[in-house]
Design a protein around this ligand. Structure first.
Ligand SMILES: [Cu+2]
Length: 284
């Protein structure tokens, strides 16, 4: 990991000020208690997001904040009633007005370049190896696999506290995880059956709204095996906080092995496969 000097310094100062213990180190896949900062990214898009935030935005934010704070302190000291009993009547200063208009414009144009690049990376789906159809409902997710992989689908519900096994994370562990192969471009088609939900997996840098009657797309290519968690990110009703997303990224062999079992386990659900129509009439 790159040392993110300015950010570390800022966070350390905040932690000291609040009397907190040092921030916990991030781990891939989920947040940990006391963590500050983003989850460890495992896709190119995720890494770009973290780079954009840590190396571009944070330094700019820090410099502007320190500059404005210094100006305020100087003004309070230099122009207080004792030191400056007769205030000047100045109302305009063309040079300063031009500077405080042009400099923010330059900063915004500078930020726009990586920002639009990131948008392009997120929105342009590269040729995909596999399509996962994700359907949100109040309050669970359904994952449908393509016909080539068995054409089955299954619901994924959060595990109740009484069902948690050792190692399961409360509010994140689910009964059926979505399993995908590592180093493969996975196109995710996202929709909803009732209200607007949002599919987001932080470590993938993937986020897209699940809108009833609409088919939204996102994609990821995870280059590290593991379980990656996300949560519905649109307030979607009373159990909004209890519909986590769990994606297990495994090797090709492990994926094929999982498919064999999953085909049997979820075979009875074939009838509900949302891919049936899509397979019959492929989109251009
Ligand atoms: Cu939701």
């Amino acid at each position: 990991m790159k040392v993110r000097g300015l950010e570390r310094l800022g966070l350390a100062a905040v932690a000291v000020a609040l009397g907190l213990t040092a921030a916990a180190a991030a781990v891939p896949g989920h947040a940990v208690p006391d963590q500050i900062g983003m989850q460890i990214p495992v896709t190119s898009v995720g890494r770009y997001i973290v780079w954009f935030h840590d190396d571009i935005l944070m330094p700019i934010i820090t410099i502007i904040t320190l500059f404005v704070a210094a100006l305020l302190i100087y003004v309070m000291w230099r122009f207080n009633e004792k030191r400056n009993p007769t205030p000047s009547k100045t109302t305009h200063n063309t040079l300063i007005e031009v500077i405080w208009t042009v400099v923010p414009v330059i900063i915004l144009v500078f930020i726009a370049v990586p920002s639009f690049r990131l948008l392009t990376m997120e929105l342009v789906v590269p040729p995909s190896d596999m399509t996962l159809k994700v359907t949100a409902s109040q309050w669970h997710w359904n994952y449908a696999y393509p016909k080539a992989d068995g054409g089955f689908n299954f619901d994924s519900y959060m595990k109740e506290e009484k069902d948690l096994q050792p190692g399961d994370m409360r509010l994140l562990a689910v009964d059926n995880e979505a399993v995908v192969p590592v180093n493969k471009v996975i196109k995710v088609e996202v929709t909803s059956t009732d209200v607007i939900h949002a599919f987001i997996v932080q470590s993938f840098g993937a986020r897209v709204d699940a809108v009833p009657g609409r088919n939204n797309e996102t994609w990821f290519k995870a280059d590290r095996e593991g379980v990656y968690y996300g949560q519905c990110s649109k307030i979607c009703g009373k159990d909004h906080a209890f519909m986590p997303i769990a994606i297990r990224v495994v090797s090709d062999e492990a994926y094929k092995k999982w498919l064999v079992d999953a085909k049997k386990k979820f075979a009875s659900r074939d009838g509900g496969n949302q891919f049936a129509a899509a397979d019959a009439a492929p989109r251009p």
